[in-house]
Design a binder for this molecule. Structure first.
Ligand code: AHR
Length: 518
């Protein structure tokens, strides 16, 4: 019996599928303080900004190399009429945000502002259309407004509003959660609507849209099957492209239940382990939806998109319930790390993922308070993982049973890992979920030799107790309580069968090891 938490082999010369960079996507909805305050402070704000978009948030987020940003929702998307958000700001109508806090918005942030934000972030847009309460004509017009280069009516309107060139738009969502806030539709009803909107969301002026059909809630595999039946015409080898290029599903990690989700910061060790068990479930869900898709699309022409994921807790005490503002601890960073490993292992089918949400909402990357801003532990987990984007998966084969812990009747591995290679750079992610004990890991690297460039760990400050190890978080008074640091306990030694990577991972930690192939 090994005393190692992880004893594994990685074949450096057997690269697997590419980890699509879009698995590291983000989500920005008109919800609480995400768009307004989180990004948009307006042109008259004393907070430093670029055309009304706050500079500190943009500069921080650029560190993440965000590949795509989903907007305007979420539930908001299916009540949003894009024409309300273009043209002179003083002429834009006010609207009620009926989903989130029932607040009235002035539409200061619309299509042009979103695309300007994408430019500032260096990210690709993922625009979600209104299928629930909008018309097919609205969808067609929005695509024409966004992407058409000639003098078609919507392109002319865009020019009247000050933008000559069309924008390159990568992803186009066909509604959101149609089984719920997006219309309470049955799968068959939605499938017909999605076909209609997809047909009129045309590729123009050289722009090629990736149309994302709004998919299932959690393990509703029947929903995925209904959608796949609709797109299967055209999926054979000789057939033209499918109507949708991706089918999505949503899964949130909620420690409690929808009625009482639990606190973001005040939780027991039992709550912690339950959270980890639920985070691990994402792997089973990705595999379940992928298996359904395999049956209809064996060549994997249609991608799976997990375009909403993350932790969802009770809101911070004293904040508006509809604004979904929550703190973010080391527990959240570990939830993210568990998701990344599941994404990498399923990279053949999973092509897009969007954490909910980027600023001030749910599992956020940054939090703001007036002119102040902080990076959350989740931010750091994303930053440390950016090197996996567009790299090839290196499978991690266990050679001994990973250490596990019984949680709610099932055995949960206490160590999670994945690896990738790109242009000779190898990145290994190692997560120790145990808040009470370090984990010893040994990974044999076969099929080539490597040099160690360095290792970074995200964990509570050394000497923290097991409660603090997972509850530690950044505040506006102590914004760097949790921040990445170098990990010196990592070594690479040459062995008879190849190099050997060994490390001791601190309790409740996320580590990335950087290697270069010799
Ligand atoms: O991310 C918050 C909300 O969660 C989204 O608007 C909705 O799609 C989901 O239910």
């Amino acid at each position: 019996m090994s005393d190692l938490a992880l004893d594994a082999v990685v074949d450096l010369d057997v690269p697997g599928p590419t980890i699509n960079r879009h698995l590291y996507g983000q989500f920005a909805e008109h919800l609480g303080r995400c768009i307004y305050e989180g990004f948009w402070v307006g042109e008259d704000s004393p907070i430093p900004h670029e055309g009304g978009i706050r500079r500190d948030v943009v500069e921080a987020l650029r560190e993440l190399r965000i590949p795509n940003l989903r907007w305007p929702g979420g539930c908001f998307a299916d009540s949003y009429h894009w024409r309300d958000g273009v043209g002179p700001r003083e002429d834009r109508p006010r609207i009620a945000n009926v989903h989130w806090g029932d607040v009235v918005e002035d539409n200061a942030f619309g299509t042009h502002e979103f695309l300007a934000l994408c430019d500032l972030l260096g990210t690709e847009p993922y625009v979600s259309a209104n299928v629930g309460s909008g018309t097919v004509q609205e969808t067609a017009d929005w695509v024409e407004y966004l992407t058409r280069g000639d003098d078609a009516p919507m392109a002319r309107l865009r020019r009247e509003h000050g933008r000559d060139q069309p924008w390159p738009v990568t992803f186009f969502g066909l509604g959101n959660e149609p089984w719920g806030c997006g219309g309470n539709l049955r799968a068959e009803q939605y499938a017909s609507l999605a076909r209609l909107h997809a047909t009129y969301a045309r590729d123009t002026s050289g722009n090629k849209l990736q149309r994302v059909a709004a998919g299932a809630n959690e393990d509703d595999y029947a929903w995925t099957e209904t959608l796949m039946k609709q797109v299967s015409k055209g999926l054979g080898d000789q057939d033209p492209a499918p109507l949708f290029q991706a089918v999505s599903f949503h899964y949130y990690t909620i420690p409690g239940s929808w009625g009482g989700k639990g606190s973001a910061t005040d939780f027991t060790e039992g709550d912690y382990w339950t959270t980890m068990r639920k985070a691990h479930r994402v792997r089973e869900l990705i595999r379940g939806h992928s298996a359904v898709m395999d049956a209809y699309d064996p060549h994997a022409k249609v991608g799976l998109a997990l375009d909403e994921w993350g932790t969802w807790y009770d809101v911070e005490p004293g904040t508006e319930p509809g604004f979904l503002y929550q703190q973010n601890t080391m527990r959240d960073a570990l939830v993210a790390a568990v998701h990344f490993d599941a994404f990498h292992d399923n990279a053949r089918r999973l092509r897009l993922a969007n954490v909910a949400q980027v600023v001030n909402v749910l599992q956020a990357m940054v939090l703001t308070d007036g002119s102040k801003m902080l990076r959350t532990p989740t931010f750091h987990a994303f930053a440390m993982s950016a090197g996996h984007q567009d790299a090839s998966v290196l499978a991690v084969h266990d050679v001994a049973t990973r250490s596990t812990r019984g949680v709610d009747g099932s055995e949960l591995p206490t160590v999670s890992t994945s690896a990738s290679v790109k242009d000779g750079s190898v990145l290994v992610s190692l997560t120790n979920l145990d808040p009470a004990a370090p984990a010893r890991v040994r990974v044999a690297l076969r099929g080539g030799s490597v040099t160690l460039d360095g290792a970074t760990v995200l964990a509570a400050p050394e000497g923290s107790g097991s409660d603090d190890a997972v509850r530690v978080h950044n505040t506006f008074d102590a914004p760097d309580a949790v921040a990445p640091r170098d990990l010196s306990s990592v070594s690479v030694t040459a062995g008879p069968g190849g190099d050997l990577l060994e490390s001791e991972l601190p309790p409740a930690s996320f580590t990335t090891v950087r290697l270069t192939r010799a």
